[in-house]
Design a protein around this ligand. Structure first.
Ligand code: SAM
Length: 257
């Protein structure tokens, strides 16, 4: 019975994540959803900017702190380790839902592409960014990243293994295709308002700092020279840049963590 409840908790966390992810596409692109990045009534500039930065900061802190191995070691002494990933996903989704709800529009225009062709092209590029995010998550392990694998294995009494290090497909072009997808989705827009610019600049800074100084540091610690070699062969975020001696070596069934 306990295992079933744990499984249902994981499924609920995943469903909330899926809704949050789909909502993000409409939020950033200003389509379909009731509250988007540019909708609502304009408030005082300083107050709006402060609220937006606090909302992004809350997400960044939750996302970064809860992903660190030291935090996970402490946290899984308090909660069932099977629930760790689902709880992380659930809290990240709640932080994003709060952001969508409380985001303050800053409508000043930075750029606007007036031609239909240009606007359609930029929207298509942005949507391709979201697709890159989704496809990349399947290239490492979508159901592991979002906690479903852990609760399912627990339900059927199968032992759970950590995620495997992958260098396939998009991971052979850049080391962080999920983050690259987000950057494309955030920046490719036919209408860039000040609010959207604040969102894109802050998230870009966060992504670069978190990837370089947190995620890659943990991966280096866990994978050692395999990750060192991968770093030399595959650029971080911009495809076809930097030193590239040869194709990334196939992973030697290395587990992360
Ligand atoms: C939200 S995912 C982002 C992955 C990567 N930064 C990206 O942008 O595609 C974060 C998780 O992916 C894992 N990860 C990063 N690179 C990986 C790789 N090449 N193979 C498998 N897992 C990876 C990290 O250990 C972390 O648990």
């Amino acid at each position: 019975m306990k295992k079933l409840i744990v499984f249902l908790y994981g499924v609920l966390a995943y469903v909330i994540f899926l809704f949050t992810f789909l909502y993000a596409i409409g939020f950033v692109g200003n389509f379909v959803v009731p509250k988007s990045i540019d909708s609502g009534t304009e408030g005082p500039f300083a107050r709006s900017l402060l609220i937006n930065e606090l909302l992004l900061g809350l997400f960044a802190i939750q996302h970064s702190v809860m992903a660190r191995p030291a935090f996970k070691r402490w946290w899984t002494r308090l909660i069932d380790p099977v629930l760790e990933r689902s709880t992380y996903v659930l809290l990240a989704s709640l932080a994003l839902l709060l952001l969508y709800w409380q985001w303050q529009p800053l409508p000043a225009l930075i750029w606007k592409v007036d031609t239909k062709l240009g606007a359609t092209l930029l929207t298509a590029i942005s949507l391709s960014g979201w697709l890159i995010v989704l496809l990349s998550s399947f290239m490492i392990n979508h159901f592991d990243l979002f906690g479903l694998k852990q609760v399912y294995n627990n339900l059927i009494n199968r032992s759970d293994q950590a995620m495997r290090f992958k260098t396939n497909l998009f991971y052979n072009i850049v080391r962080h295709p999920i983050m690259l997808g987000f950057l494309i989705a955030f920046w490719a827009t036919p209408v860039m308002t000040l609010g959207h610019l604040v969102f894109s600049l802050t998230t870009t800074t966060y992504i670069v700092v978190a990837v370089k100084f947190l995620e890659e540091r943990d991966l280096l610690k866990s994978l050692g020279t395999d990750y060192e070699v991968y770093k030399q062969q595959v650029p971080m975020l911009i495809p076809f840049t930097g030193r590239r001696t040869s194709k990334a070596a196939p992973p030697k069934a290395k587990l992360i963590g």
